[in-house]
Design a protein around this ligand. Sequence first.
Ligand code: S3P
Length: 172
Amino acid sequence: MDSKNIALVGFMGTGKTSVGKILAKKLNREVMDVDRRVELGEKRKITDIFEKEGEAFFRSLEKEAIREASQKKGVVITTGGGAMLDPENVEILKGTGWVIRLSARPETIFARVRHSRQRPLLKGKDMLSEIKRLLALREPFYQKADLTFETDGQNSSEVADRILEALKGKLS
Ligand code: S3P
């Protein structure tokens, strides 16, 4: 029987990449990080793609990377914070496995991303206000996930264990 994929979605700074790595290790599965694949394909950073080509171009590369990753079976796919905004991405990810949303309070997100140089959408802005604004805009899109896990006050390993517990027996 084909194994279902696990896609981690949710806002920047909710721990998708680190939780995904732990999940993949515990399940002995491959992890496909969508942002990383875009960067490898383009041989440059996402911030550079945003700066030179703009967000729309990045979104088309992101969609292609999601499509490619979803052709695999039984992998953990970690996505960027905007992936759920495109209904086609949602359809692809839901059609091939579980879509798991990680969430956190705006203040927690701010504390996690404030020193990051890799978040072009927050660059040069009042970060906390922008996080709150984007979170509110994106909430209905994130709600399309199958399951949501709050991550405030927890480390990635604890979050991964809760996800594994919830998906026990549901991955084939
Ligand atoms: C984005 C989140 C980023 C990256 C890009 C756009 C977003 O990924 O895909 O900067 O729209 O929220 P992370 O969620 O891993 O930071």
